[in-house]
Design a protein around this ligand. Sequence first.
Ligand code: NAD
Ligand code: MG
Length: 387
Amino acid sequence: MVVDVGAGMTNARRGVAILGSTGSIGTTALRVLDRQRDHFRVAALTAFNNAALLGEQVAKFQPSFVGIVQNGAEPHDAWNVGTACLVEAASRDDVDIVLNAIVGSAGLDATLAALAAGKRVALANKETLVMAGELVTAACVAGGGEIVPVDSEHSAILQCIAGRRGVDVRRVIITASGGPFRDWTSDQLAAATLDDALRHPTWRMGRKITVDSATLANKALEVIEAHFLFGLPYDRIEVVVHPQSVVHSFVEFVDGSVLAQLGVPSMELPVLYALTHPDRISDTGVPHFDPVALSPLTFEPVRADQFSAFSLGIAAGRKGGAAPTIFNAANEAVVALFLDARIRFGDIGGAIGGALDALGDLPGDSRENILAADAAARRFVQERFAC
Ligand code: NAD
Ligand code: MG
């Protein structure tokens, strides 16, 4: 298991770097940190290109390091510019926790650098664990760092396992909202528009993960994420649809006892827990849990036959090698095309399947091979599906 018992809360304020501070998770994290100034200080902020919002965040939190990846909008002179700023922010001495809230494979080097420097990585950026799971877990062991998940399902599993040994766990059951197309027919799915896909029923998130939730690719990414985080084989990781998003996941132990973690659907809770694990601190920002108001809670099987991205992703995880890398990269590339209105929703699964058929046997045993597989999958999707 990558996640280990943390150092516990101390009186010293811990430095937090937020990579991707202008996104959905990044802004959620800053809301949480604003209420926790006694425990944490914002040491570093980075964003891709939203200089105006980043500037407001810098004025409010006064970090000692600011990085912007794309220099399109006249960032302040003191800001660091270019992709190297991510690794720099992640490895600074005044940073104890790196919240990686970047979307996609661009977050890989920063995660590796933070782990090599022995830091806690509060990981929202699941794509890099899927893309390079063995590399990331090896970096974690070698550097003495730790990965604590931000994803609500994995945060739930971590909280349910609560220090028990992996052998005590019979299986985990990851919950899925089912997304906006949970009960759509195949004909409706074929005609689904971008606006339909971006209308998530329970979570407000960035555009890429919202589309991943509509295709259920997100759930396949999360199954692979759970495999690497908790060292569980794939036949002990299951998924159930739970439209209310209140039960964040279940853990069944070998004696048949099942624990679940519940909460209102807000990312503030898992973000806070990733910072404080294994401790808890009070946070007044999240509404109190009211089981009556949140009821009924219902569960359904996943319609895997309608959501090919889900089945393809899990098969890629089971296959190993570079197959998860191909799955992730093809998905990122095809979702970018869908967000640009260059392909239809119904084409997403076909593009991922095509890339896996053509490239799924590539090796994934080194950083070079992983980066080559990632690039090959993106090229494949671009050449075959971009019009
Ligand atoms: P988002 O698109 O809202 O934000 C992404 C952030 O990353 C922005 O600050 C952007 O400036 C930055 N960024 C984008 N591309 C970059 C690049 N190439 N280099 C450096 N920075 C870049 O995304 P989000 O919804 O906040 O999701 C972030 C990550 O968290 C994703 O991996 C997602 O799967 C995961 N996650 C999100 C949620 C959620 O509720 N939003 C829940 C669970 C997991
Ligand atoms: Mg999730």
